[in-house]
Design a protein around this ligand. Structure first.
Ligand code: SAM
Length: 453
């Protein structure tokens, strides 16, 4: 790590490859261009040839600042006596980065303030330096706990939202899904821990042991195909991923994809369908499992560019990709097994998408719920009597999960817990809800259903 970037280093002018400047650029792309941090930051790091501790520092600053935005803004507003919305976006992003260092890292206070002043001079001009200096000095006068105490309102939801940096509506949705407040702080806290990258060793193509040895990883906890990477880095550079023997996939997604072929069915079992396939992680695992059982997968995706991603991801596997709306898909025959991995709010994967919690709104949910119900109804129509449907979301929101399944007709619920064997704390059944704080997976929901005669 260079002196310039050392957390306790000097506040001299930021150069192009300064980790703080790179973190700032990632924040600005998210704030101004609606970019995704996990796409834009690796590109910036690559472009500036940043690696090792500098890259890790830039990543922690960018992702940590994005995750904690709500809490940082509340502190900045109190220190600046001004609403965040009335501060120029570039200045606000520098303040957020500075406040994050002061409240959430061990960077020395003088270094956090001085480097933020240099940074704002570079990105917003000299006039703003005094304001940033004054606000951050004020922020530095208290630690995080003392700021939380002073901003607490006494309302439990608002105070948890502030402490764990989640919008209040998400705190309420998690509480509803968990059935109370007992584990709420743990569930929210788990969203703020950077998760390891999970890989899926495609069955029949590579074993998890071999993949773990080659990718410098460890076997997963629950899925027989999972490997957890121990180091960060670009999974695309792992040869087994580049040549299609493995792919990146949260262990929870693997478990729910593999639960579908685990259910016994009577009669034919060679036509499988993935009704919402893009970008193709579950289609790839299903395709690898289908290949071993003489079955084939039809993968439907409504967005053309995502259908193309499914084609790439499943190359070499018995997967036929169809660009179509799953609600209208009619191939002229029925399927033995159908997966509906429905488009959803994504609140189950907040730990993997630093800015997502501030982008989503409660108003997004009703439209998603309508679409989810229609896709599940289409799945039921496309399944032969006695066949099996898996309804899956990467969300624990009750209206997107239990209520969608409860509204389906023509199906009987199976005890999904039986098909995720040896996993504890899956909920009261018959469906399963995974949680990062319980299982180390994304908060995936899964329901296995049998099509009635
Ligand atoms: C949660 S993602 C699926 C993830 C995928 N199964 C995987 O494991 O990689 C939902 C997908 O459904 C697609 N989708 C949305 N509406 C659809 C529709 N009406 N018919 C088919 N696909 C749809 C979205 O474009 C998105 O790619």
């Amino acid at each position: 790590m260079t002196e310039r970037s050392t957390p306790g280093g000097t506040g001299r002018a930021a150069t192009d490859d300064d980790p703080r400047l790179i973190a700032y650029r990632a924040l600005a792309a998210v704030t101004e261009d609606d970019a995704y941090a996990n796409l834009v930051l690796p590109r910036l790091l690559d472009f500036h040839h940043l690696g090792g501790r500098d890259a890790a520092f830039a990543t922690e600053l960018a992702y940590g600042t994005l995750r904690n935005r709500g809490t940082l803004d509340a502190v900045i507003e109190a220190a600046a006596r001004r609403e965040a919305a009335r501060i120029d976006p570039p200045v606000l992003d520098v303040l957020r980065l500075g406040a994050y260092q002061l409240l959430k890292t061990r960077v020395a206070a003088h270094a956090a303030v001085d480097t933020s002043v240099s940074l704002v001079r570079r990105v917003a001009g000299h006039r703003t330096a005094g304001f940033v200096n004054a606000v951050l000095r004020k922020v530095s006068q208290r630690d995080a706990g003392s700021w939380l105490d002073s901003l607490a309102t006494g309302d439990p939801v608002a105070d948890l939202a502030l402490e764990f940096a989640h919008p209040e509506w998400i705190v309420r949705e998690f509480a509803r899904s968990l059935g109370g407040d007992d584990e709420l702080a743990e569930a929210l806290g788990a969203d703020n821990l950077a998760p390891s990258v999970h890989l899926c060793a495609r069955p029949g193509l590579i074993t998890p042991e071999e993949l773990a040895a080659r990718a410098d990883g460890l076997p997963g906890y629950w899925s027989r195909y999972a490997v957890h990477l121990t180091e960060g880095g670009d999974p695309g550079r792992i040869p087994a991923i580049a040549d299609g023997r493995a792919h990146v996939q949260d262990e929870g997604s693997q478990l729910l994809a593999e639960s579908l072929p685990a259910v016994p069915v009577e009669g034919p079992d060679d036509r499988w369908l993935d009704l919402c396939a893009g970008p193709g992680g579950k289609a790839a695992l299903l395709g690898a499992l289908a290949a071993r059982r003489g079955a084939a997968v039809t993968a439907v995706e409504v967005a053309e560019h995502r259908a193309e991603l499914v084609r790439k991801t499943t190359r070499g596997l018995p997967v036929d990709v169809v660009h179509a709306d799953g609600r209208e898909f009619d191939p002229g025959h029925l399927f033995d097994r159908v997966l509906v991995d429905a488009p959803c709010s994504g609140l189950g994967a907040l730990r993997r998408r630093p800015e997502a919690r501030w982008r989503r709104s409660a108003d997004d949910v009703p439209d998603l719920v309508g679409l989810q119900g229609e896709l599940l109804a289409a799945a039921v129509r496309l399944t032969r009597p006695g066949g099996v449907i898996a309804y899956v979301t990467c969300s624990p929101v009750v209206s997107e999960t239990v209520e969608i399944v409860g509204g389906a007709s023509g199906v009987d619920p199976l005890d999904t817990r039986r098909f995720l064997p040896d996993m504890p704390d899956l909920g009261p059944g018959p469906h399963v809800q995974l949680w990062p704080h319980r299982h180390g997976t994304d908060a995936m929901f899964g329901a296995l259903l049998r099509r009635r005669d």
